[in-house]
Structure formats: structure tokens, C-alpha cells
Design a protein around this ligand. Structure first.
Ligand code: PEP
Length: 249
């Protein structure tokens, strides 16, 4: 944990959740969330942002899972940052590895999206993380550094931007890096932040860990220096697990 920083636990629901189940889960997560050490953020499917915003009335933060880099236009099926904001989101996840892989999103595109998010008043949660091959070749830090350099927009630190370190091979697989591997990469991300922004903001950017984070491993991961919370996929859909993860910080 970084001193002076309010940790963030973000749940990425991905493409899961219809209105009834999503509302019930969000309400249950919100009960008892007041006064917690961590800020809790739910990123449901875009269709649920507005109803959740209405039901939760600010008890939890809400975020989108992606946005387009354009403010509006002929982009069938896409969603603009201002639309997420209008629906009640304050954050947006960008550059998730599932999007980098399935839609060939480059880091340059992620940066354009992050610029659009900032312009709309949303806080970007920019995901970085190495594929397994790069980890095995000892190139994890290098890959992450390249993604950071190419993905982070100007003004990221002052806007409260969040970096999520998510090794691709750990997402949804039950595998996680060792604690010292997580510590090393998070330290290298912090170091890089100091190259991009002034010291105060570089120290305050939250760097969260994501990838098979669960109720069993969360406590030891969150105790590491420069780990300021988590981005949680699968376990954020189970009430007991997400509550335990939130309580582990
Ligand atoms: C994610 O997709 O952001 C994620 C961290 O997934 P999981 O926790 O299921 O590995």
C-alpha cells in the first residue's frame, strides 16, 4: 500500500449481469461499504450503469469497461465517454487485455481513449500487463514499460488516473505471479510514473493489481508496497468473495 493513498477495489463484471441480478449484487456490495478504507468501484455492463447509479445513489463508484476515442459519430455499437458519464459513471477501464487481444487495441488507441475519458471528466483505469511468453522470456517489465509509455495521456496524474497491472496469463486462470514478482513490477510502474509527472502526483497514482485476485490471496497482495488495491474480475461476481476482498485491504 502507498502511504497517503486511498486504496481502490474495482469489480470488472465484464459481460455478466441482467438488471435484477446486477442490482441485487450491487445493493448487497453497497450495504456496509460506507466508511470503508477502500473506495469501491463497480464496472458493470454499460446497460446497468444508469439503473445502478439510481439505485446506489453514490454509495459506490461506477465505471464503464471501455469507451470510444471520439466524442460522438458513426461508430455503431460503441459508447462515448460522455455517455458513460451521463449514465452515472465516474471511471472507465481502458486497455483491458481482453480488448487489446480481441479487438487488437494498441496502446496508442488506449491513450486516445484515455484522452477522451479525461475530456469527458471520467477517471481512466488503464490496464497494462505482459503475456505469458514475455514473462517466461524475462521481458515482463519491458513490455509493461512500453505499454505505460504509449498508453498514458497527459494529465493522467492530476485527474486521479489509475494504473491496473494485470498480467495477461493471470486473468481468469487462477494463476498469479509470486508476491515478489508483483512487488517488482509495481515498483517499476511507480518509478516510470516519476518520469511522466511531478513527484507529488507520481506518488499518488493508484497502482492496482488484477489477475485471479480472490478472497484467499487478496490480503497478501494488498500488503505489498505500491499495491493500492485490486481490479477483480470473476470474484467480483460473487458477493462473499468481493466482500472479503474489500475487507482484506
Ligand atoms: C480482469 O479481467 O480484469 C480480471 C482481473 O479478471 P479475474 O479476476 O477473473 O482474473
Amino acid at each position: 500500500m502507498t502511504p497517503g493513498v486511498r486504496p481502490l477495489i474495482a469489480g470488472n463484471w465484464k459481460m455478466h449481469g441482467l438488471a435484477a441480478d446486477g442490482l441485487a449484487l450491487a445493493r448487497a456490495v453497497a450495504s456496509g461499504a460506507a466508511g470503508l478504507k477502500a473506495e469501491v468501484l463497480l464496472c458493470p455492463p454499460a446497460t446497468l450503469i444508469a439503473p445502478l447509479a439510481q439505485a446506489l445513489a453514490g454509495a459506490l463508484a461506477l465505471g464503464g469497461q471501455d469507451c470510444h476515442e471520439a466524442a460522438k459519430g458513426a461508430h455503431t455499437g460503441d459508447i462515448a465517454a460522455a455517455m458513460l458519464k451521463d449514465a452515472g459513471a465516474t471511471y472507465v477501464i481502458l486497455g483491458h487485455s481482453e480488448r487489446r487481444m480481441a479487438y487488437r487495441e494498441t496502446s496508442h488507441r488506449v491513450r486516445a481513449k484515455a484522452e477522451a475519458a479525461l475530456a469527458a471528466g471520467l477517471i481512466p483505469v488503464v490496464c497494462v500487463g505482459e503475456p505469458e511468453d514475455d514473462r517466461l522470456l524475462g521481458r515482463a517489465e519491458e513490455v509493461v514499460a512500453e505499454q505505460m509509455t504509449e498508453s498514458l495521456p497527459e494529465g493522467f496524474g492530476t485527474a486521479g488516473g489509475v494504473v491496473a497491472y494485470e498480467p495477461v496469463w493471470a486473468i481468469g486462470t487462477g494463476k498469479i505471479p509470486t508476491l515478489s514478482e508483483i512487488e517488482e513490477i509495481h515498483a517499476s510502474i511507480r518509478e516510470l510514473l516519476h518520469e511522466y509527472m511531478d513527484e507529488e502526483h507520481a506518488n499518488l497514482v493508484r497502482i492496482v493489481y488484477g489477475g485471479s485476485c480472490n478472497a484467499t490471496n487478496a490480503k497478501s497482495i494488498f500488503a505489498l508496497p505500491n499495491v493500492d488495491g485490486g481490479l477483480v474480475g470473476g470474484a467480483s461476481l460473487q458477493l462473499d468473495s468481493i466482500k472479503e476482498i474489500i475487507a482484506s485491504i
